[in-house]
Design a protein around this ligand. Structure first.
Ligand code: ZN
Ligand code: MN
Length: 486
């Protein structure tokens, strides 16, 4: 039996959310502004200008390097990567060739069956983006918008450790979370803040081991197209290998573009080798030395990362999907962590809390739009103190689950105060002794059955008591008083 194992490597471009561009003072905003507004002689490639490195972009890279478990280079430099394209007015891109700012690194991905896998990184480097060619405005002309020229990009390059579109998707989404948590990018997919290139080929395990030619697919802009392009290439390469048995060699790597409408890859050109780009050190951009003090300063800004949070939530019994949706938004995850801190170390109470959070709070949040969620002040909507207190009362059976839920609704939907709700409960303090007498008197038939030895009817009586006490008395107390009176 022949086995086909996909070998996939990713290059992820992340747009850094710096105030100004990488080498000039232009506003680093290219979306939702008029074309060619945020440009100057430096980023539009006029002769005789001098680029000046943006310190914030370096800070962001160092922070990202730490979050990706990479090694921050003590010395890093920039190189010119020469190629011609109308949206690259200088005729070269300032990128990093042999001394990237981040070397190595690794990111863990988690599967639904509790397995996990480490995806190793080769490197990550800091480079400038090109402008945008707009082809769909006119059938005659291509329009050029240079606003994006010189926007800083972090390019993250993985080892070919990925073997399926699912792994690629989990990895890419984890990278997006990490970038969001450390605050270096808005990682808005619609705005093109995160773009993927993939390298795919197949290891064919038959009587001997062979490899299909590598295909590079460029400029995938969504998780959906990332998954589709991988699935398409894997299928295409297996089919082609079965027909012509062509193996990978030094000269047959090809570059493809993904066509989102046709859902297929289209061959663009045979792949340029590094030599075609004529890399050389950019004489206008100084190399940068990064000392330990600089790295230590970045370390202080590092939040608890999504991977660690995910493992912790799962260990407390949160379902896979719920854990992922909590992690999608750091404000939500931060709020949960504050609540967990407040409830203390009791394992049961902690589990009760994440349970309530996963079920009730996430249900409230899921009714909101992404943009509402992005700015929500959870502490104001439902203070962590109140939430923890309600969970604690339920856990200690001071109130029923139903009443706890009712209180949450009243606080969340109607803005009521927990203190008032507790006050009302005390005022309405019911006369338990009277209720039990009434319930027993009104249900003589069940009382007799119980006394005759049918213990099951106790549940009926408990139900009647719960109804009469409107959930304000815990079930244990109800059972205790019923048994004492029976
Ligand atoms: Zn500029
Ligand atoms: Mn690049």
């Amino acid at each position: 039996m022949t086995k086909y194992i996909p070998i996939i490597g990713l290059e992820i471009h992340v747009q850094l959310d710096t105030k100004s561009k990488l080498f000039c003072g232009c506003d680093n905003e290219s979306f939702n502004v008029a074309p060619n507004i945020n440009i100057c002689p430096v980023c539009s490639g006029q002769p005789g200008v001098l680029p000046v490195m943006n310190k914030q972009a370096l800070d962001f890279c160092i922070l990202a390097g730490l979050a990706l478990n990479g090694k921050i280079a003590s010395e890093t430099k920039w190189d010119r990567k020469s190629y011609f394209y109308p949206d690259l007015p200088k005729g070269y891109q300032i990128s990093q060739y042999d001394k990237p700012i981040i070397e190595g690194g690794e990111v863990e991905i988690f599967f639904e069956n509790d397995e996990k896998k480490n995806i190793r990184l080769i490197r990550a480097h800091l480079e400038e983006d090109a402008g945008k060619s707009i082809h769909d405005r006119s059938s005659e002309f291509t329009y050029l918008d240079y606003n994006r020229c010189g926007t800083p990009l972090l390019e993250i390059v993985t080892e070919p450790d990925i073997t399926s579109s699912l792994e690629a998707e989990l990895f890419a989404k984890q990278i997006r979370r990490i970038m969001r948590y450390i605050g270096v990018s808005r990682v808005n997919m619609e705005m093109g803040h995160m773009r993927f290139d993939i390298n795919v080929n197949i290891k064919v395990e038959g009587s001997e081991i062979k490899y299909t030619p590598i295909a590079e697919v460029k400029n995938l802009n969504s998780f959906r197209s990332l998954v589709k392009a991988i699935d398409y290439e894997v299928k295409r390469q297996i089919e082609e290998f079965e027909k012509n048995a062509v193996e990978k060699n030094d000269g047959n790597k090809k570059t493809f573009l993904w066509n989102d409408q046709k859902e297929m890859t289209i061959e663009m050109r045979s792949k340029e080798e590094a030599a075609d780009y004529r890399y050389f050190a950019d004489p206008d951009v100084m190399p940068v030395e990064i000392d330990q003090a600089w790295i230590d300063k970045a370390k202080e800004k590092l939040p608890v990362l999504p991977g660690d949070r995910f493992v912790r939530y799962r260990s407390l019994g949160v379902s896979y999907q719920t854990a992922l949706s909590i992690l999608e938004n750091m404000r939500i995850s931060d709020y949960l962590d504050v609540c967990l801190q407040k409830i203390g170390d009791n394992e049961n109470a902690r589990k009760e809390l994440v349970n309530w959070f996963g079920r009730e709070i996430m249900a409230y949040l899921n009714k909101m739009t992404e943009s509402e969620k992005a700015v929500i002040d959870l502490e104001e909507r439902l203070s962590s103190d109140d939430f923890v207190e309600i969970v604690r009362m339920v856990d200690l059976r001071e109130i029923t689950r139903n009443l706890g839920k009712e209180w949450l609704d009243k606080i969340w939907e109607d803005g009521e105060k927990l203190a008032d709700l507790k006050q009302q409960m005390t005022e309405n303090k019911i006369d338990l002794d009277q209720i039990v007498v009434d319930v027993l008197n009104n249900n003589q038939n069940f009382v007799e059955q119980y006394k005759a030895g049918n213990e099951k009817v106790l549940n009926v009586l408990i139900g009647k008591m719960m109804k009469e006490t409107k959930g304000m008395v815990g079930v244990e107390e109800v059972v205790k008083i019923l048994k004492s009176k029976l």
